[in-house]
Design a protein around this ligand. Structure first.
Ligand SMILES: Nc1ncnc2c1ncn2[C@@H]1O[C@H](COP(=O)(O)OP(=O)(O)OP(=O)(O)O)[C@@H](O)[C@H]1O
Ligand SMILES: [Mg+2]
Length: 424
């Protein structure tokens, strides 16, 4: 394991790799362990962007192999020793449909390929309706033997059948008592998910459990197949919710222990960071990291609330959260009024924001007519200003990305009250 330094004690840029750095989430992990013990269940882990799904998925793969440290995090240990063969792949834009996903699983060595007694090769050909993909199965006469005689069988092997047979052969070889656990992260990136339901149904009884992980507001949004999956998902539908303030605080204490207690965050700093994060572990890592480095550059080993606030300003102005910052700039443009209104919305805790009172308050404060406020709100919802909010029904708006909402609320103002409102 890499040495822990103030530069990597917090990891805003990647999911948690080491369980020692994984904070909280006990009841969620209990739900995961329960799903892993339910015969025929399939798992779907979904939640908002950046909320911690991939990190949870990694712990899932550790619980599935009865990893002692991961199991110790559960409030109820499993009733049986879990022995799955977990594999984890992350979808990218090249995985545009389920056939491509299955091909990827069959051909990637870190997925199923190295476990198969045959080799699968992707094949592109031109069919009636244009370019198509298919597979070719190369039978190997002996696995890992030096005298492999490769016999190319030019059959149009059906992707689904080959995949199901491949899973069967791995499970049948007895490599893992509980079978295969296929974790597919960023499943939401697959644009055409037709066919996933039938795969889940066909493989559930074969000791093949899937865990589909991705950004979604509900389960049907993530699965998005015309065919329903229903019954198989009863024990496995798991929402990854925003983290509690206590759990977020634990991220800081785990980082401090990893640094052998050489540094410390004051209570006020922890309180401030865990409240502006609004449930998003990403901000705890981001602000935690910059605050710690700032403290060290000021020759102190104690991070105060002021240092944490300054760190957030640094993050904004130096572009350390480039995606959120670009969205913020686009939404605000040259208008203080629009910035004030954006923040007014972002500061509301409710997910669905009721506009009537808010318009009144903002109109009074900005000394404009409430109808003028609604014009700006319309802009924030428009593409030109990044569509950061959406009208969900009469008088209710919602942020499209909760990670951005937290950023918009906490980021220092870009424009000043007296700034000329060039967009107005
Ligand atoms: N339980 C946790 N304890 C400590 N840090 C966490 C935890 N969960 C997530 N994080 C941190 O929060 C950030 C986001 O986590 P992660 O990448 O797992 O989220 P995600 O939901 O998969 O994001 P995305 O929607 O971008 O795929 C990362 O910096 C990660 O290190
Ligand atoms: Mg992720």
């Amino acid at each position: 394991m890499d040495e822990i330094t103030p530069h990597n004690a917090f990891t805003p840029a990647k999911e948690v790799q080491d369980i020692e750095r994984f904070a909280g989430r006990i009841s969620l992990l209990d739900d995961i362990a329960a799903a892993l013990q339910s015969d025929g269940a399939q798992i779907v882990l979904y939640g908002q962007r950046g909320i911690g799904k991939s990190s949870v998925a990694r712990v899932l793969s550790q619980i599935a192999i009865n990893d002692k440290i991961a199991i110790a995090r559960l409030s109820t240990p499993p009733h049986t020793k879990l022995e799955y063969l977990p594999i984890l792949i992350t979808c990218d834009d090249s995985v545009s449909n389920i056939d491509k996903l299955l091909i990827r699983l069959l051909t990637d060595d870190s997925a199923l390929a190295s476990w198969l007694p045959f080799k699968v090769v992707e094949r592109k050909y031109v069919g009636e309706g244009g370019a198509k993909i298919g597979i070719k199965v190369v039978e190997l006469s002996g696995r890992i033997s030096e005298s492999i005689t490769e016999r190319t069988v030019e059959v149009d092997a059906d992707i689904h059948t080959t995949f199901i047979n491949a899973c069967r052969s791995i499970v049948g070889s007895g490599v893992a008592k509980h079978g295969l656990l296929i974790i597919i992260d960023e499943f939401d990136r697959i644009s055409d998910k037709t066919g996933i339901a039938s795969i889940l149904k066909a493989l559930g009884p074969e000791d093949v459990m899937f865990a589909l992980v991705g950004v979604a507001g509900n389960i049907t949004e993530l699965i998005a197949d015309h065919e329903s999956v229903g019954r198989q998902l009863t024990d496995g539908t798991i929402v990854v919710p925003p983290m509690t303030k206590d759990d977020l605080g634990e991220i800081i204490s785990r980082a401090m222990s990893a640094l052998d207690g050489k540094y410390e965050f004051e209570l006020g700093a922890i309180e401030w960071i865990t409240s502006i994060a609004k449930g998003h572990p990403f901000y705890v890592h981001l602000v935690g990291k910059h605050a710690l480095l700032r403290a060290i550059s000021q020759k102190t080993n104690i991070v105060t609330k002021d240092i944490a606030r300054d760190a957030l300003a640094d993050i904004a102005f130096k572009g350390s959260a480039p995606i959120q910052e670009a969205t913020y700039k686009k939404a605000v443009g040259h208008s203080y009024v629009r910035e004030r209104i954006l923040k007014g919305f972002a500061e509301r805790d409710d997910q669905e924001i009721y506009t009537t009172d808010l318009y009144g308050d903002l109109a009074k404060e900005l000394k404009v007519d409430p109808s003028a406020i609604s014009v700006y709100v319309g802009q924030l919802a428009s593409e030109k200003y990044g569509s950061v909010i959406t009208k969900i029904r009469d008088r209710y708006y919602q942020f499209n990305d909760s990670l951005f909402k937290a950023y918009a609320a906490a980021r220092p103002y870009e424009r000043k009250t007296g700034d000329k409102d060039e967009d107005a």
